[in-house]
Design a protein around this ligand. Structure first.
Ligand SMILES: Nc1ncnc2c1ncn2[C@@H]1O[C@H](COP(=O)(O)OP(=O)(O)O)[C@@H](O)[C@H]1O
Ligand SMILES: [Mg+2]
Length: 226
């Protein structure tokens, strides 16, 4: 499902932010990407989310080499990815509901009725956003906006979920609701790549850990000691 081979990334010919990163993930796997601030987590996730190309090395998603893929296949790949960027990026003058609905429209749902509307309402409920449904995105707190970004990514039922510190602005209750929702999607077959700083999550929801240290990726199998 994901194959990274010797992926190296630098910005403006400066130091290497990612250095010869190799990563293989099978469908339905769940992996944490952990590492300190500046370790390269966001850079790695942006490459996985096809928002950025590697400076060297290759990446394939769903069996397609991204360096040679056609624009229409790239569009299809992007529709199968639910990406929660670290800087959230909602559309400020749309309501919470419409931000999430837009994600479905872009994924090809012509009208937001029936099953699509139910799906949006269900994900808003699970993330404690029902009361915020009609609020404009630019009136939300940081934590609420982050939960809308999760809702927007998950409502499409993506095959690959990429979350960049998705619980970073959440209290405990919302953190566990979010983790429950991610696990539910994972059990239903979604592959998950979650960058986090949160030791408690990593300890309580034990999964494979990829540890980034100054751009190098190492693995701690099964029992992550982070
Ligand atoms: N667009 C960019 N241009 C230049 N440097 C960048 C850019 N994005 C990230 N960096 C640098 O790359 C390093 C890794 O950043 P990042 O991937 O955001 O790490 P993390 O998410 O682990 O905190 C940092 O030193 C950061 O300043
Ligand atoms: Mg980051």
């Amino acid at each position: 499902m994901i194959h990274l081979s010797s992926v190296t990334k630098w910005y403006h010919n400066q130091v290497r932010v990612l250095d010869q990163v190799n990563l293989d993930l099978k469908k339905g796997e769940f992996i944490y990407v952990i590492g300190g601030s500046g370790a390269g987590k966001t850079s790695l996730l942006r490459i996985l989310a096809t928002e950025e190309a590697p400076s060297q090395g290759s990446i394939s998603l769903f069996g397609y080499n991204l360096a040679t893929v056609s624009p229409s296949t790239l569009r299809a790949i992007r529709q199968s990815v639910g990406y929660v960027p670290q800087n959230v990026r909602l559309i400020p003058d749309l309501s919470v509901f419409d931000n999430v609905a837009l994600s479905l429209s872009l994924a090809g749902h012509r009208s937001i009725r029936g099953e699509a509307k139910t799906r949006i309402e269900e994900v808003l409920g699970r993330l404690h956003l029902v009361q915020k449904r009609d609020k404009l995105a630019n009136t939300l707190s940081g934590g609420e906006a982050q939960r809308v970004a999760i809702a927007r990514a998950l409502v499409r039922q993506p095959q690959l979920i990429i979350g960049d510190e998705p619980t970073g602005a959440q209290d405990k209750e919302n953190t566990w609701s979010m983790m429950d929702l991610l696990m539910k999607n994972n059990i239903n077959g979604a592959t998950c790549v979650i960058a986090t700083h949160d030791r408690e999550i990593v300890r309580r929801v034990r999964k494979r850990c990829a540890v980034l240290t100054a751009g190098r990726l190492g693995f701690e199998e099964a029992m992550c000691t982070y």
